[in-house]
Design a protein around this ligand. Structure first.
Ligand code: HEM
Length: 473
């Protein structure tokens, strides 16, 4: 349950802004290095020493690290032109992979138009039609997993398996099916390999991402992967232009028909939706499996709820709809709580497009703002016993506690660049988690939730190894 907290109001601001607290000299260097190598430890350490807002220097560049929920709330409410997403940190790797017309690296009117066209295709009605497909694909993946485990148990007695690749394949399949239909979802393995290399490239040290003409390098490999993905998407766009299916639920056709974007723009948005959508959601699900199996009684509560709402462990996909989803209340709270503690990105980044006043501080124009849902989700002023996994902390909140909890729960960001897939992600996570709990007994291979790894996507070190058995009911 969030605790009460009072914050600065415009009226109580001191007349002169203060410089950001933060390390200097060698300590600054080692903190910056740690931020790139072990971001969770670095963020926790900076917050403990300097508080939930602090400044760092990277050569001539200024960095502001912000994890204070109230300051983030103020930042998300500022006009879009206070910030830039086409900043140099995004330009090196992210833009190379997703394309220069992607909404994720766009600003101003271009961002507005590109995001707007995709947003209007992402209607709640369209999302709801994917519910049976998500349950069906989850069921098929679980069925395959059970067969694999039973074969392995019969041959070698081994029933331990890392579920991360299984989850990734499932979520990529769902994403591809939702955007392009079943045919392309069948190519999930091939597309997954290419996206895997592109994601690894974005995660690599910035210096490895710098442009160079060297052949047979990671960059040139990624360039050919990107061309191959471009060709696949271009073919799908051309197919819909030549022979519109008339399917009101085909998201790509909706973007094509909308007419606001050129074909290269559509391609870059689709490439972004796939890349931004499947790795984050898979990592979030891996965290959820750890949290839900280690916290006492949680797995059995998810299972009991799913048994009531989804019915028999096999054969419910045709009846699942948005009302079903709404009734998975406890499972939704598990998803919410897990995203609080383990947001799929530890940080998000934007550059100050102008001098930005936040609380007592002024962030100078050009500063790279590294905002952290990880810090906000663990802020002791906002959350009682913040490190405890407790899905029931969101029940029966007072209006004031609700405001505090909403401000401090920002795994999808807020404001003009807020995650466009937040509803889809939460829908997938809830349904897949419920279905896994119904059909599988999972025993974690460690008694503690692992440490995180990864800057762009935050995943458990070592993946999600569990001893797996069919629930046999
Ligand atoms: C658990 C899963 C996910 C998490 C935690 C997550 C988180 C985020 C965050 C933090 C941002 C940046 C917000 C900002 O800069 O202010 C973002 C942006 C974005 N996300 Fe997600 N995301 C998830 C799943 C998805 C899915 C499923 C899709 C689409 C299929 C998606 C598509 C996007 C796109 C396109 C953007 C860029 C929006 C823009 O620049 O206007 N994400 N996401």
């Amino acid at each position: 349950m969030p605790s009460a907290k009072s914050g600065p109001s415009e009226a109580s601001l001191p007349p002169r802004a203060q410089p950001l607290p933060g390390p200097r000299g060698l300590e600054n260097l080692s903190r910056v290095r740690q931020l790139f190598e072990d971001p969770a430890t670095a963020l926790d350490g900076l917050c403990e020493t300097y508080g939930p807002i602090c400044g760092l220097r990277l050569g001539p560049a200024r960095i502001a690290v912000i994890g204070d929920p109230e300051l983030l709330h103020a930042m998300f409410a500022m006009p879009a032109d206070s910030f830039r997403w086409s900043h140099k940190f995004n330009m090196v790797g992210v833009r190379f992979v997703v394309g220069r017309r992607s909404m994720i690296v766009s600003d101003g009117a271009d961002h507005h138009r590109r995001r707007g066209s995709v947003q209007s295709a992402f209607t709640r009605r369209r999302l709801n039609t994917w519910i049976p497909m998500i349950v069906d694909r989850a069921d098929r993946a679980i069925g395959e997993l059970i067969r694999e485990i039973e074969t392995s148990a019969a041959k070698t007695g081994e029933t331990e398996i890392d579920l991360s690749p299984v989850i990734q394949r499932l979520i990529l399949g769902v994403t591809l099916h939702a955007f392009f239909g079943e045919d392309l979802a069948a190519r999930a393995d091939e597309i997954g390999v290419m996206y895997g290399r592109m994601q690894k490239f974005i995660e690599a040290a910035a210096v490895k991402q710098l442009p160079h003409p060297i052949p047979f390098s990671a960059r040139s490999r990624v360039r050919s992967d990107r061309h191959a993905v471009d060709e696949i998407i271009d073919a799908e766009i051309a197919k819909r232009r030549a022979h519109p299916t008339g399917d009101p639920f085909d998201i790509l056709e909706a973007i094509v028909i909308d007419g606001a974007l050129s074909d290269p723009e559509i391609r870059d948005q689709v490439k972004t939706l796939i890349g931004a959508g499947y790795d984050t959601t898979s990592a979030a699900l891996a965290w959820m499996l750890w949290c839900a199996t280690l916290a006492s009684g949680v797995w059995s509560r998810i299972r009991a709820e799913a048994d009531v709402v989804l019915g028999e462990p096999d054969g419910c996909s045709d009846v699942a709809d948005h009302a079903t989803l709404a009734r998975l209340e406890f499972t939704q709270r598990v998803v919410h709580e897990s995203l609080r503690l383990h947001p799929a990105g530890l940080v998000g980044a934007r550059a100050a497009g102008t001098d930005v006043r936040l609380g007592d501080y002024t962030i100078r124009k050009g500063t790279l703002i590294v905002w952290s849902p990880h810090l906000a989700g663990r802020d002791p002023g906002a959350w009682a016993d913040p490190l405890r996994f407790d899905p029931d902390r969101f029940v029966d909140l007072t209006p004031q506690q609700k405001v505090i909890s909403d401000q401090a729960w920002v795994p999808f960001g807020r404001g003009p660049h807020m995650c466009i897939g937040f509803a889809l992600a939460q829908m997938e996570l809830t349904l897949i988690l419920a279905r896994i709990a119904q059909r599988l007994d999972l025993t974690p291979t460690s008694s503690e939730v692992p440490r995180p790894i990864g800057m762009v996507v935050n995943r458990p070190i070592g993946g999600a190894p569990f001893t797996v058995a069919a629930s046999g009911r």
